[in-house]
Design a protein around this ligand. Structure first.
Ligand code: BJW
Ligand code: ZN
Length: 238
């Protein structure tokens, strides 16, 4: 399955993974645009914009609380674990669009969360940020300053955290191999990371049971789920 790239990846030193919702799908966490994805049932403009939040903060919070409970009950799968294992042998960076923390729970320690984290909150008024440790007495929760607290995630129309995005571009430009797993690459600017890598001659490998907008530009497109493909692919790099 990997013949076309095996010679080019064996000696790679720095491997960057760009991951999306599909990598956590086999842990029981729904994707957005795939089969049974959130955006097939709900309008993203009603749940994932700051305007929607100000219009109905309780509704948006209820959606995030349901998701947070599901995520906390889920476990990293073989895909997350294989990525974490590879760090014993190579310099591995994970650039994830996921907010579920499953890469970290699998043991990966160089993870950049491009779209934030479901286990953090931040204030809509002051600089307050914190981890969520329990459940809330009321929704939406309030900050000591009186402002409404929101999930620390990146909604449509919002900029990605600047320092994280700068580091993500630098890693994309300096890796030998980029493995793009479980993302439709429908959302910018995260979907430009493979372009930065390609400009530097990086080997691009995609793992996704469906074709994406960038499949034809990949050096290898593996049309499999991540728990099937990643352990095999990664064993070649170890
Ligand atoms: C498997 C699998 C298995 C299944 N194994 N694979 C027009 C109007 C308004 C905005 C725009 C516009 N045009 C472009 C924009 C910009 C916009 C954008 O890209 N929109 C497009 C959708 C059109 N982007 C933004 O707004 C971003 N910000 C921005 O651009 O800022 C500019 C700015 C600069 C300076 C100042 C101010 C602004 C922000 C994007 C934020 C995205 N937020 C979300 C929700 C928040 C987080 C959360 O609640 O979880 O992030 S949306 C959602 O999409 C979520 C995801 O992280 C993101 C990407 O989705 P992902 O991960 O790719 O999932 P899916 O479902 O799309 O794909 C899953 C894939 O897995 C599928 O391909 C399956 O086949 C596959 N799969 N099972 C492997 N087992
Ligand atoms: Zn505050």
């Amino acid at each position: 399955m990997f013949e076309s790239v095996s010679d080019r990846i064996r000696d790679a030193e720095k491997i960057v993974f760009v991951t999306g919702a599909g990598i956590s799908q086999e842990s029981g966490i729904p994707t957005f645009r795939g089969k049974d994805g959130y955006w097939r049932k709900y309008d993203p403009m009603q749940l994932a914009t700051i305007d929607a939040f100000y219009q109905n903060p309780k509704l948006v919070w209820e959606w995030y609380e349901d998701r947070r409970k599901n995520i906390l009950a889920a476990h990293p799968n073989k895909g997350h674990l294989a990525i974490s294992d590879l760090a014993k042998y190579k310099d591995v960076i994970v650039l994830t669009q996921n907010i579920d923390g499953l890469h970290q729970r699998a043991g990966s320690n160089q993870v950049l969360e491009a779209h934030g984290s479901i286990i953090r909150i931040k204030c809509t008024v002051c600089d307050f940020k914190d981890n969520i440790t329990g459940s809330f007495d009321e929704l939406p929760p309030k900050c000591k300053c009186g402002g409404i607290l929101r999930p620390d995630v990146v909604w449509f129309g919002e900029a990605l955290p600047q320092d994280i995005w700068r580091d993500a571009i630098n890693h994309a430009k300096s890796c030998d191999v980029m493995i793009i797993a479980g993302t439709s690459l429908a959302v910018s600017p995260a979907n430009t990371l493979p372009i930065f890598a390609k400009q530097n001659g990086t080997v691009l490998i995609e793992v996704n049971p469906e074709r994406t907008v960038m499949s034809e530009h990949m050096d290898l497109s593996i049309m499999e789920t991540s728990t099937n493909a990643l352990p095999q692919l990664i064993s070649l790099l170890e």
